[in-house]
Ligand binder design. Structure first.
Ligand code: GDG
Length: 474
C-alpha cells in the first residue's frame, strides 16, 4: 500500500461537521477535504455525558467514505479532563496566563486517564497502515498511549493554540511528563515559528535534547520533526458566503443600523485570551483622543458564549457587559449608542455579511494560536472597497498578515491610534493593503495546511523515526 492510499485517522476533542454548510469552523473544513479524498476515520468525544463515560458504546456516523466515531465522557471525566486540566490548567498556561492557571493533581490524573481511554478505544479500530493525526491540547498524551497499545504507524500532532516559553511551562507540575509524552509523535506541528521555538527550547533546556537545526530534534535517542504549519481557511468558500442572500441581508442590516457611521467590528468566542476588555478600552480611548468619532463611529462586538460553566468566563462576561455599559453611559446620545455587545452566535453566512459591512475589524487577542477571524474578514471584503484589519502582534496570524495595522493590544493608546488610522485610511491605501493580505489568505488555505502537514508526516519513517525508543512513557 502506498502512502497516498493510507487511510487518514483524525482525533480531536469534537468531531465534524464534514461540510461547511454554515456551521463548521476552519479546522473541520480543512480536515473534511482530506478525509473525503482518502477516506477515513474521525474519532473524538460525542459531546455527551453518560454514566459509562469513555466505556460507553461507540457511536458511528458514516458520511461518504468517512466514519465519524465518538464516545461519551462521564461527569468526573468531563470535570477533570475537559473543564479541569484542559481548560483551567493548559488553556491559560499555554496562553501565557500563569496568573490564572490552576493546577491540581486530581485533574492531571483524570486527563491522563482519559487520554489512555481514548487510545484504548481507538486502538482496535486502526492498524499500522493508517496515518493518525491527533489535534490540540486535549490529547498531549494520546500518541504515547497509542504507542503503548502497540500502534507502530505514522503519528502526527498539531497544536492549534500557542506553546508558551519553557520559563512559563515549567510551572506546570507535570510539564516534563507532558513534553516527553509528545515525543511519541513523529511530526509535531505548531501554528507559528515562535511556538515551534518555544517547544524546541523546552526540549533542549529542560530535557537535554539536541536541535539539529533542520526541523528535527533528538531527545533521549528519539528523533522527531517539529515544524510550523500556519492554518488557513477555505478562502474561496468564505468569499462566496459573503455574496449569499443571508450575508447580504446582514450586511444591509448592519449598514442600516450604522446610519452612514463607520462600523468597527470584533468577532470572538467570549474568551479572556481574545483581549475584548482591552479592545473596549481602546475604543473608549478613541472617543477621548479623537472626539470627531463621537456620533460618527460605532463598535459591534459579536462574542458568542463559550465555556460559561467556568468562573473565569462568567466573570469575563460581566466585565465586558459592565465596561460596554460604562462607555455607553458616558458617551451615548439619543440617536447614537457607541458600543453594542451580542453574546448570541450567527451563522457563518451572516458573519460574512457582518464582516463585509465593517470598515474596520479588530482582531486584538492578548495571545492566540492563529486567529481565523482575521483571515475570514479579509476573504469577505469587497475587493473594490475593502475594510481595514487591525491585528494584535500577539496573534499567530501576525506572522503572515504583515500588511494589517499591527498593534500592542495592551496599550489603549496604540489601539486607539490604529483605529483612527484605519477609519481615516484612503481608498488607495486600503486597496493596496487588502490586495496583499488577500493574496496571503487565498494562497495558504485550510487545504494547503492539511496537505503540508500530511506530506511532512508521510515523509517521516513510520513509528520510530530513529534508533530511539518509540514509546516515551512518562
Ligand atoms: C483555536 C485557536 C486558531 C465566531 N463567532 C461566531 C463564529 N465564530 C467562528 C469564527 C472562526 C472561529 O469561530 C473562531 O476561530 P479562531 O481562530 O478565531 O479562534 P478559536 O476558536 O480560539 O480557535 C485559534 C484556531 O483554533 C484554528 O486552529 O486559529 O488561535 O485558539 O471561524 O468565524 N461562527 C459562527 N457564529 C458566530 O457567532 N457560526
Amino acid at each position: 500500500m502506498t502512502d497516498r492510499q493510507k487511510r487518514l485517522v483524525v482525533v480531536s476533542n469534537r468531531v465534524g461537521p464534514l461540510s461547511d454548510e454554515g456551521k463548521a469552523g476552519g479546522l473541520a473544513v480543512g480536515l473534511a477535504d482530506a478525509l473525503r479524498r482518502r477516506g477515513g476515520l474521525w474519532f473524538g468525544w460525542s459531546g455527551e455525558v453518560s454514566t459509562q463515560g469513555t466505556f460507553s458504546e461507540l457511536k458511528t456516523e458514516i458520511v461518504g467514505s468517512t466514519a465519524m466515531v465518538t464516545i461519551d465522557l462521564n461527569e468526573e471525566e468531563l470535570q477533570g479532563f475537559y473543564f479541569g486540566y484542559a481548560n483551567k490548567s493548559l488553556w491559560p498556561l499555554l496562553h501565557y496566563r500563569l496568573d490564572i492557571a490552576q493546577f491540581d493533581r486530581q485533574s492531571d490524573r483524570i486527563y491522563r486517564s482519559v487520554n489512555q481511554r481514548f487510545a484504548a478505544r481507538l486502538s482496535p479500530q486502526i492498524d499500522g497502515n493508517d496515518i493518525v493525526w491527533v489535534h490540540d491540547y486535549h490529547f498531549f498524551y494520546l500518541g504515547s498511549e497509542l504507542r503503548q497499545c502497540g500502534f507502530g504507524g505514522r503519528l502526527g500532532f498539531f497544536l492549534h493554540i500557542p506553546f508558551c516559553p519553557p520559563e512559563i511551562l515549567t510551572a506546570l507540575p507535570s510539564s516534563h511528563d507532558l513534553v516527553r509524552a509528545m515525543l511519541a509523535y513523529d511530526v509535531i506541528g505548531f501554528q507559528t515559528e515562535v511556538d515551534r521555538r518555544n517547544f524546541v527550547a523546552f526540549c533542549v533546556q529542560e530535557l537535554g535534547g539536541e536541535d539539529f537545526g533542520d526541523g528535527r530534534i533528538r531527545v533521549r535517542g528519539r528523533t522527531v520533526r517539529v515544524s510550523a504549519f500556519p492554518i488557513g481557511i477555505d478562502a474561496e468558500g468564505f468569499a462566496d458566503f459573503a455574496l449569499t442572500p443571508e450575508a447580504v441581508e446582514h450586511e444591509d442590516m448592519v449598514r442600516d443600523i450604522a446610519h452612514g457611521r463607520h462600523q468597527i467590528v470584533g468577532v470572538d468566542r467570549l474568551d479572556y485570551s481574545k483581549g475584548i476588555i482591552e479592545r473596549l478600552r481602546g475604543f473608549e480611548q478613541l472617543l477621548e483622543d479623537y472626539p470627531e468619532n463621537r456620533g460618527a463611529s460605532q463598535f459591534l462586538q459579536v462574542a458568542p458564549l463559550s465555556r460559561s460553566e467556568l468562573d473565569a468566563y462568567a466573570e469575563l462576561r460581566n466585565e465586558v457587559e459592565q465596561l460596554a455599559g460604562n462607555i455607553n453611559g458616558r458617551f451615548a446620545t439619543l440617536d447614537w449608542t457607541p458600543v453594542q455587545i451580542m453574546t448570541r452566535g450567527f451563522t457563518r453566512r451572516a458573519l460574512a455579511g457582518i464582516y463585509r459591512a465593517a470598515r474596520v475589524c479588530m482582531v486584538t487577542p492578548l495571545r492566540d494560536g492563529m486567529n481565523l477571524v482575521a483571515k475570514e474578514y479579509i476573504a469577505a471584503q469587497d475587493v473594490r472597497d475593502p475594510g481595514v484589519l487591525v491585528l494584535s502582534r500577539f496573534a499567530g496570524a501576525r506572522e503572515e498578515l504583515a500588511e494589517a495595522l499591527i498593534v500592542n493590544p495592551y496599550s489603549s493608546e496604540d489601539v486607539a491610534r490604529a483605529m483612527q488610522r484605519a477609519l481615516t485610511m484612503s481608498l488607495a491605501e486600503r486597496l493596496e493593503r487588502h490586495a496583499a493580505l488577500r493574496k496571503t489568505v487565498f494562497g495558504n488555505t485550510a487545504a494547503h495546511w492539511c496537505a503540508a502537514f500530511l506530506n511532512a508526516l508521510e515523509d517521516e519513517a513510520p513509528g520510530a523515526s530513529s534508533e530511539g525508543d518509540p514509546v516515551i512513557a512518562p
